[in-house]
Design a protein around this ligand. Structure first.
Ligand code: GLU
Length: 265
């Protein structure tokens, strides 16, 4: 009984720490350790995915992590996260920074701090060509997305009569579309394009002109970790100014960037 009591006390302590402000200083801790641990996706092209040649994780989000680690003068360590594990992994100290296609919004900002916006996209649908023209075409249908994402929440609101199936990640949701088990996959357009481009039968799919939300991405940090948040914000503003942010964008995306990194958003 005594042991159970102690265990409960320990759990309550951990939850208490996770739920309130972070007392530590990640900036100082990472410098001391000589490593920055970044939580990234590992199967979300072109943000975080495994490069077949090198077997390492590469992508737009990874390049931001690398630039921040470089500025800090420490080694970068990447840890794969999913939409549902990234916030718990940050709270428990498994990672120092989330760079994982994560939308910054007020709801999430109650639990973690965000950097300025470093990428912008919108939520849409990926469908078989010619099957969906308007949102109404998806009413009552099965739609795949990822667990723990905004995509899941927005889809439920936009399509209350549809059945939203939440997979562990986006590739299994896309597989369900390829196998005819769902009528669409929904998430950020930037992710849908990555899924579509990676398939051999790309021409059988399309992203109809149906937008259901705005998705500004932010880098996630522990709540109250002010020195680190300031450092990350300063770094990405400097990357904007020097042209490095644009260079990273052009490495991974065709066409011009339609947003800039500013201290306004
Ligand atoms: N940007 C959305 C989100 O943060 C969808 C992409 C994702 O699941 O990472 O929830």
């Amino acid at each position: 009984m005594k042991k159970v009591g102690l265990f409960l006390l320990a759990v309550m302590f951990i939850l208490g720490v996770a739920g309130s402000s972070w007392a530590g200083d990640t900036l100082a801790a990472a410098k001391k350790r000589g490593v920055l641990v970044c939580g990234v996706k590992d199967s979300t092209k072109p943000f975080g995915f495994i490069d077949e040649k090198t077997s390492s994780i590469v992508g737009y989000d990874v390049d931001f992590c690398a630039a921040i680690a470089k500025k800090l003068g420490v080694r970068l360590e990447l840890k794969p996260v999913t939409s549902s594990t990234r916030m718990p992994d940050l709270a428990t100290g498994k990672i120092d920074l989330i760079a994982a296609t994560m939308t910054k919004n007020e709801e999430r900002a109650k639990q973690i701090d965000f950097s300025y916006m470093y990428f912008y996209t919108e939520q849409r649908f990926l469908t078989r060509k010619g099957t969906v023209k308007t949102l109404a075409d998806l009413a009552g249908k099965k739609i795949g997305t990822s667990k723990g994402s905004m995509s899941e929440q927005h889809a439920k609101k936009a399509l209350p009569t549809a059945t939203i199936l939440s997979f562990d990640d986006y590739p299994p949701a896309f597989l369900a579309l390829q196998q005819g088990r769902v009528a669409a996959v929904t998430t950020d357009e930037s992710i849908l394009v990555g899924l579509m481009n990676a398939t051999k039968d790309r021409n059988n799919y399309e992203i109809p002109n149906i937008q259901i939300s705005k998705e500004p991405y932010g880098l996630g940090m522990r709540k109250g970790d002010a020195n680190f948040v300031n450092f990350v914000n300063k770094t990405i503003l400097a990357m904007e100014k020097s042209g490095e942010a644009d260079k990273i964008y052009r490495k991974w995306f065709p066409g011009n960037r339609l947003f800039t990194i500013t201290d306004k958003q």
